[in-house]
Structures are given as C-alpha cells and as structure tokens.
Design a protein around this ligand. Structure first.
Ligand SMILES: *[C@@H]1O[C@H](CO)[C@@H](O)[C@H](O)[C@H]1NC(C)=O
Ligand SMILES: *[C@@H]1O[C@H](CO)[C@@H](O)[C@H](O)[C@H]1NC(C)=O
Ligand SMILES: *[C@@H]1O[C@H](CO)[C@@H](O)[C@H](O)[C@H]1NC(C)=O
Ligand SMILES: *[C@@H]1O[C@H](CO)[C@@H](O)[C@H](O)[C@H]1NC(C)=O
Ligand SMILES: *[C@@H]1O[C@H](CO)[C@@H](O)[C@H](O)[C@H]1NC(C)=O
Length: 131
C-alpha cells in the first residue's frame, strides 16, 4: 500500500518534470518584428497613430497572445500604456498619441510573449511644424 502510493507519487512527479519540455516545444515564444514606427518617424500629440508588426511567421500556439504597447524614452520604459488588450495576431493597433514631453528619443515596447523595442522616433506638439 505504502509502496504503491510512493510509486504513484514518483510516477506523477516524473510526469510533471518530463511534461514541461513538451509544453515548451508546443507553445513557442512569439517575437514579432515591429514594422512601424521606423527610425526618425514623427508622432504628433493628439493624432491617431498606429504600430504595426509582422505576423506572417507567428507560431500556431502563442503563450501570451494578448498584446500591450508601452512608451519608452531613451533606455527607460515609461508608465504610459499606448494600447492594451489587443491580439498579437492582429498585426496593428491604433491609438491617440498622449501628451508627453516632446523629444526625439522615444520608442515603443510591444509586449506579448516578449518585449520588442522599436527604433527611436520623435514625439512633437501639434503646433510644431515638421521641416
Ligand atoms: C514578414 O516576415 C516574413 C517571414 O519571416 C518575411 O518573409 C517578410 O519579408 C516579412 N515582411 C516584412 C514586411 O518585413
Ligand atoms: C502607472 O500609472 C497608473 C495610472 O496611469 C498608476 O495607477 C500607477 O500607480 C502607475 N505606476 C507607477 C509604477 O508609477
Ligand atoms: C479584453 O478584450 C476582451 C475581448 O476583446 C474583452 O472580453 C475583455 O473584457 C477585455 N478586457 C479588458 C480589461 O479590457
Ligand atoms: C490591421 O489589422 C487588421 C486586422 O486586425 C487588418 O485587416 C488590416 O489590414 C491591418 N492594417 C494594417 C495597416 O496593417
Ligand atoms: C505650442 O503650443 C503651446 C501651448 O498650446 C505653447 O506653449 C508652445 O509655445 C507652442 N509651441 C510652438 C513651437 O509654437
């Protein structure tokens, strides 16, 4: 009785330990390439902007298919959510550019499975004329 219980326990433990690599193989980490914004783009505060990414090579199973986009300035991810709760499979999401300090070292981080950074772009005030 005790032996059977122990065997069952060890067998269950064996299954748990060995099931893990299988689930990692079945569900791949999706690392979609960000297509826009591109380096040097300009976003105007208050305008509708979109972020697009390549969905053509996404794995069939995505561990976290719910996307979120945060703003990053220099090396620091800001506490500014540009968009959230969208599907990573959509390939794009639109939002209104929030009122942040205008500068030329902004980028975005696309979260799903991974956190992918875009190149740096500028955010300007609506009344600034872009040359
Ligand atoms: C999207 O990814 C596919 C597969 O990796 C690639 O062939 C294609 O060129 C990419 N599209 C763009 C616009 O980068
Ligand atoms: C981030 O912003 C939200 C509201 O926009 C706020 O509730 C939260 O406390 C902030 N978190 C940090 C770490 O500043
Ligand atoms: C996220 O989106 C799903 C489906 O589009 C919706 O059912 C859910 O309420 C949304 N959650 C939040 C927190 O907005
Ligand atoms: C945005 O995504 C939708 C589907 O979610 C697609 O129909 C549309 O063509 C996409 N637009 C761009 C500009 O990628
Ligand atoms: C843009 O408008 C703000 C107030 O709306 C003003 O303070 C700022 O000086 C303006 N900038 C330019 C370059 O005109």
């Amino acid at each position: 009785m005790t032996f059977n219980f122990l065997s069952a326990f060890l067998f269950a433990l064996f299954l748990v330990v060995h099931a893990h690599p299988v689930s990692l193989i079945a569900r791949d980490v999706a690392v979609p390439q960000i297509l826009t914004p591109t380096a040097g783009d300009t976003w105007v505060i208050g305008d509708t902007q979109s972020v697009t990414w390549n969905v053509s090579s996404l794995p069939a199973q995505i561990t976290n298919p719910v996307g979120q986009i945060l703003l990053r300035k220099g090396e620091l991810t800001q506490n500014v959510t540009l968009a959230g709760n969208f599907s990573i499979r959509a390939g794009n999401v639109s939002f209104i550019v929030p009122s942040v300090t205008p500068d030329d070292d902004y980028s975005i981080v696309l979260f799903g499975d991974s956190g992918n950074f875009s190149p740096e772009f500028s955010i300007v005030s609506a009344n600034v004329t872009v040359a």
